[in-house]
Design a protein around this ligand. Structure first.
Ligand code: ZN
Length: 346
């Protein structure tokens, strides 16, 4: 995990032989179940990280969602659709988004690559008294092998049932029908079908087909229109990628998606300059459709802009880069301290 090929290839001056040596070390380390041990040992630290992460994006409106929960107005997992007081629960992402929408706020979805990160979100949410979403990024299964789909779904549900705030789970960007169907089959009740690379008609066709199949199974689907690009390429400023309100209306009506990711000046990864969300566009999109709106690329957007975006229609807010960076820092600190204590040498 920490010694991914990806990082080393990008790094300066590492030779092939050094890389091979590192790869062998990784294999050895994994075979010794080092990762499981380390996770168990750092859990407490990571919980602290998640609490800080939650409070750094805390806004009065997010607190409002917590209040709604405290008043017991969250719906029970949709089994009978009735409102009832809850004390301990897993909640569907779909319901969490609808409650957030009613309260003009957003629920935060954290990308979690493994159990430690997911557990930190569940317990961090409980400590903050707010709902949260544990979110899988499919590449963490397919490329980095830090989780498996079915195991992740089970783990997220189990964690949600351990805490006293509503916690949901969701699978982020997948780009093919086969991909989302596999994820749903593995136990996810909320997935994302991202066909935003295609033109509007093709995006509608591909997304609509998935929605039709998954709604029959009670699985909700997030789509994307316009295109949320990469911050490292400055794509948040490319207005031709922004979501058009009229296209959003047509897309939601025809596909019947449960949530819509929009592009309004946001991008994935770390921004080079402070992003400026197009609030007028957000208002126009929220006017054009009742579908809950999702903001991707949440890391690095100033709190004031987030608060305004939540008030104007963003119901789910995806956070990956910031949280992963905090996690890596915490793991690095832990390794450093552990080496000093010689724990790893035993
Ligand atoms: Zn995204």
């Amino acid at each position: 995990m920490l010694w991914r090929e990806h990082d080393f290839v990008k790094g300066d001056g590492i030779t092939k032989a050094e890389f091979e040596k590192t790869r062998q070390m990784q294999e050895k380390v994994e075979s010794q179940k080092f990762l499981e041990e380390i996770k168990g040992l750092i859990e407490e630290d990571i919980e602290g990280v998640a609490c800080k992460e939650l409070s750094c994006v805390e806004t009065p409106t997010v607190v409002g969602l917590g209040d709604a929960f405290a008043e017991g107005c969250f719906m029970d997992s949709g089994r009978n659709g009735k409102t009832k007081e809850v004390t301990k629960m897993y909640e569907t992402t779909k319901n969490l988004m609808h409650m957030a929408k009613k309260q003009h706020t957003a629920v935060i979805a954290f990308i979690c690559m493994d159990y430690t990160m997911a557990r930190a979100v569940a317990y961090g949410a409980e400590a903050a008294g707010k709902p949260a979403i544990i979110m899988l990024y499919p590449d963490h299964v397919k490329t980095f092998h830090t989780a498996g789909f079915a195991g992740y779904a089970k783990m997220a549900k189990e964690l949600a049932e351990e805490v006293s705030v509503p916690v949901g789970f969701h699978c982020d960007h997948d780009f093919s029908k086969e991909g989302v169907l596999r994820t749903a089959e593995a136990g996810f009740d909320s997935v994302m079908m991202d066909a935003s690379e295609y033109d509007l008609e093709e995006n509608i066709r591909r997304t609509g087909e998935v929605v039709e199949q998954l709604h029959e199974k009670g699985v909700s689907v997030e789509g994307e229109i316009g295109h949320v690009g990469l911050a490292c390429e400055g794509q948040e400023t490319q207005k031709d990628l922004y979501t058009k309100p009229e296209a959003a209306r047509k897309f939601c009506e025809e596909t019947k998606v449960d949530a819509l990711a929009i592009s309004i000046g946001n991008a994935h990864g770390a921004y080079k300059e402070t992003p400026q969300l197009d609030m007028e566009r957000l208002e126009a999109i929220a006017e054009a459709t009742d579908t809950p709106l999702v903001l991707h690329g949440g890391s690095g957007i100033p709190d004031e802009q987030l608060q305004e975006a939540f008030e104007k229609g963003i119901c789910k807010f995806n956070l990956g880069t910031d949280y992963l960076a905090r996690y890596y820092e915490a793991v690095e600190d832990f390794i450093k301290e552990s080496k000093e204590r010689k724990i790893l040498l035993k």
